[in-house]
Design a protein around this ligand. Structure first.
Ligand code: ATP
Ligand code: MG
Length: 395
């Protein structure tokens, strides 16, 4: 069977069986949204007790590119989505050929899972982005310093996340050793961007091409890992609109059906540059669960099922802080202390059994009429988690 055109898709009504490939927290929150709407929602996962597996109505065990597991998934689910970008694109194409609804489609994944293809895509569609060069061979290292200046960043083309697979290179003579440390694999070399802020826009796009966006979120990273998001980002209405239009343009150019997130740099001279495209809900959109009329995960369900998308208005400004495994360094965080500190705190834990430094274990959201106050309250609640610990620390 050939891949069906998105316009002739049926609407999948509850209790249709929906499947998500991937076992992490994004899969978990997709499943929770789908189940709330009455779908029979399950997971293809490689691990027995995973964040997504723990809440799934049904599970298929296996790697996302394992043909036997994919066959079982195709037998079980009527529609399939993904929770991370490094799902094999041929696997998704195969599932679509079995007549399954697969959203986002394999082409969106194919481009967004590889930084070289992503940059080529941005260039082709004249979507603003940082200056870059491809690095595939030793010879490509030669002109980098002249072309991009220093510092520059070398990023592996495939499978990087949370700043992994990236090296900032300060001097021309260090380029070669940096590339060696990355294993001499295909890379993107990027010019350093002096940014005033990092923002992101979550887009949902339906099979009919109708698309909606949330207001931009302002993202703050610590050690290359997202630490907090504030929505709406305090960037003014014009920059916010520009970011939303650019994000819609990306989803349109990719022909994405589903949820997609565009990360931007807002440069010190006021330009918006696309940093990355994530073909899925995003950590910066977690606060839409409480703060928006429709959460990013419900939009993923709606787009997958061919339903009209939900409203994206915020019911309140909000802030989200991530809870990394570092908070467990001196024992279990004191959840009651956070609730005592602030009755508006919403706790999300992902069911991960082993806390590790830098590992995303959960997040907390606070709504407040003033976005900055929301962030201050969320941070204070997070500090309260460890304030009773012998060596309390902020992460
Ligand atoms: P994540 O999974 O958290 O999105 P990632 O590993 O996919 O991260 P990037 O988003 O490319 O990687 O980079 C991580 C962070 O490093 C960025 O959010 C930004 O803070 C910083 N960074 C990346 N590229 C540049 C650049 N060209 N100039 C300045 N800072 C950069
Ligand atoms: Mg990123």
């Amino acid at each position: 069977m050939s891949e069906v055109s998105p316009h002739s898709q049926p609407i999948l009504r509850p209790p249709a069986a929906l499947g998500v490939i991937g076992e992490g927290q994004l899969g978990r929150m997709f499943l929770q949204a789908a189940q709330r709407m009455g779908y029979e929602a399950g997971v293809l996962s490689a691990k027995e007790s995973s964040p997504a597996g723990q809440v799934a109505h049904w599970s298929v065990m296996g790697a996302p590119d394992d043909l036997a597991a994919l066959r079982q998934l195709a037998a079980r689910a009527q529609a399939i989505t993904v929770e991370f970008e490094n799902v094999s694109a041929p696997a998704l194409r195969w599932l679509a050929r079995q007549g399954k609804l697969v959203r986002p489609g394999w082409k969106t994944l194919w481009i967004s899972q590889n930084r070289l293809r992503e940059k080529e895509f941005l260039q082709r569609y004249q979507i603003p982005h940082a200056p870059w060069r491809s690095v595939r061979t030793m010879a490509d290292l030669g002109g980098l310093s002249d072309g991009l200046g220093h510092p520059l960043i070398l990023k592996t083309a495939a499978s990087g996340y949370d700043g992994k697979g990236q090296i900032r290179v300060e001097r021309a003579q260090d380029v070669e050793s940096a590339w060696s440390r990355l294993g001499r694999v295909a890379c993107v070399a990027e010019g350093w961007v002096e940014f005033a802020a990092e923002i992101s826009v979550v887009v949902a796009r339906g099979a009919d091409g109708m698309a909606v966006t949330y207001p931009p979120g302002l993202n703050h990273h610590e050690r290359h890992i997202l630490d907090s998001t504030v929505m709406p980002a305090p960037v003014g209405p014009i920059v916010a609109l520009e970011a939303q239009e650019l994000a819609l343009g990306v989803a349109e150019a990719l022909g994405t059906v589903g949820v997609l997130t565009v990360e931007f740099f807002l440069t010190v001279d006021g330009r918006l540059l696309v940093n990355e495209i994530a073909p899925r809900p995003h950590n910066s959109g977690h606060l839409t669960i409480e703060a928006a009329l429709t959460s990013q995960f419900e939009q993923q369900v709606r787009a997958l099922c061919g339903l009209p998308l939900g409203g994206t208005d915020l019911v309140s400004p909000a802030a989200m802080v991530n809870l990394l495994g570092d908070l467990w360094a001196d024992g279990e965080p004191d959840w009651e202390a956070a609730f005592r500190a602030d009755s508006g705190v919403k706790l999300h834990l992902y069911g991960k059994q082993t806390p590790a430094a830098g590992r995303k274990m959960g997040h907390m959201t606070v709504l407040d009429p003033d976005a900055e106050t929301a962030l201050a309250r969320a941070r204070a609640a997070r500090r309260a988690l460890t304030s009773g610990h012998r060596r309390g620390r902020e992460v």
